[in-house]
Design a protein around this ligand. Structure first.
Ligand code: 5RP
Length: 228
């Protein structure tokens, strides 16, 4: 299902584009396919959202550039941990949320590729929100996150704190159902020590879902005239 979505997304990529390269197992399929397309003559430059993606893209032969050279990106292809009907996301399961959000923000088009298990009615119910924080003062930052109404947990790997590509920590914040993601995104980022959080609000152009039935494209739902 992930492969289906990934291979559909790369159809948007054309010659001379600057392409944001997301992070994760779904994106990995897109990287592989893009690598094949480059071998067949496609001329693109990719900007990776993580060291992991940089390594994979290099292995697949995708030419790379960076935000210093190109402050505007044509299309970004990335994965997500949860997607709701507004096309708001929770990201950061792979720990790359800060670079992913910077790249998405500077992209003209952001295509999210997921399998059907990632679609949810309410963000936060099944996936704790990742928040990247500085190492300095992380205990105090965690307490402030708790005060916002979550159960926070420092992410660890083999018993040691998980370190992001930016040399920070991640605190996974279990809020349960997130009622106002737009508000929460801003409130979290107001806490000193927070680098970025995994709520992606109004950054997404299209979501391609690989399902057992094939491919679906999610578009933003308009529920009332008042929202227009
Ligand atoms: C990394 C992410 C990933 O896009 C997200 O975790 C989805 O990963 P996968 O495609 O492996 O399910 O946000 O920071």
């Amino acid at each position: 299902m992930k492969k289906l979505a990934a291979e559909k997304a790369v159809e948007y990529i054309e010659d001379d584009m600057i392409v944001g390269l997301g992070t994760g197992s779904t994106v990995e399929y897109a990287l592989k396919k893009l690598g094949e397309m480059v071998k067949e003559g496609l001329k693109i430059q990719g900007i990776p959202t993580s060291l992991r993606t940089k390594k994979s893209a290099t292995n697949y032969g995708i030419p790379l550039t960076d935000l210093k050279e190109h402050t505007e990106i044509d299309v970004t292809i990335d994965g997500a941990d949860e997607v709701d009907s507004n096309l708001y996301l929770i990201k950061g399961g792979g720990g790359a949320l800060t670079r992913e959000k910077i790249i998405a923000y500077h992209s003209k088009k952001v295509i999210i590729i997921i399998d059907e298990t990632k679609v949810t009615k309410r963000l936060g119910v099944d996936f704790a929100l990742p928040v990247e924080v500085t190492k300095y003062g992380w205990n105090a930052t965690m307490k402030s996150l708790e005060d916002l109404g979550c159960t926070p947990e420092l992410r660890t790997i083999t018993g040691e704190p998980y370190i992001t590509d930016n040399q920070n920590y991640i605190i996974d914040c279990d809020f349960g159902k997130i009622d106002e993601p737009e508000v929460l995104e801003k409130d979290i980022n107001l806490i000193p020590g927070v680098v970025e959080n995994g709520l992606f609000i109004d950054l997404v152009s299209e979501v391609i879902v690989g399902s057992k039935q094939g491919i679906m494209t999610l578009e933003k739902q308009v529920t009332s005239i008042g929202e227009l």
